[in-house]
Design a protein around this ligand. Structure first.
Ligand code: 523
Length: 131
């Protein structure tokens, strides 16, 4: 059986990256992540990401490019990440998060990212610096 997938977005706007602080579960609360969630049956990764960002942040967003690679979360579950452009709305922590921050490339190390998000964050920041 193939792995289940968690999709997440490196939401970039005005040269900054959006970081979201998890409010649950207790073992992850307080850590920062690229927002997203589980891909459901019948959805593409991109569709799942658009849905998750709408539900969690109240924004309309468009996935741009998949960041190459996937990162294991636990047996049978992997993380995939896309760079994302905002189309409308201002992100707010509607679900699963209690704080959002827009970080410049130089500020990305100021929050405690989930370990498994760090490679994709580093690649997103590399792309931001080049843009
Ligand atoms: N991660 C993770 N990084 C990351 C996300 C969005 C999620 O490591 N950027 C992990 C955290 C959880 C698992 O993936 O262990 C599921 O993420 P979650 O809880 O955001 O996904 P949901 O909300 O779709 O999951 P359910 O509430 O369980 O349906």
């Amino acid at each position: 059986m193939s792995d289940s997938v968690v999709v997440a977005g490196a939401v970039c706007d005005g040269g900054r990256l959006l970081a979201a602080r998890r409010s649950a579960p207790p073992e992850l609360a307080g850590r920062w992540e690229l927002p997203g969630g589980k891909q459901e049956p019948g959805e593409s990764g991109e569709q799942a990401l658009v849905r998750e960002l709408r539900e969690e942040l109240g924004v309309e967003a468009v996935p741009r490019e998949r960041i190459p690679g996937e990162w294991p979360l636990k047996p049978g579950l992997v993380l995939r990440v896309w760079t994302v452009r905002l189309v409308s709305g201002v992100p707010s922590p509607l679900e699963d998060h209690d704080e959002l921050r827009w970080l410049t490339p130089d500020e990305t190390d100021t929050v405690d990212w989930l370990d498994q998000d760090r490679p994709a964050v580093a690649e997103a920041v590399r792309r931001l610096r080049e843009a």
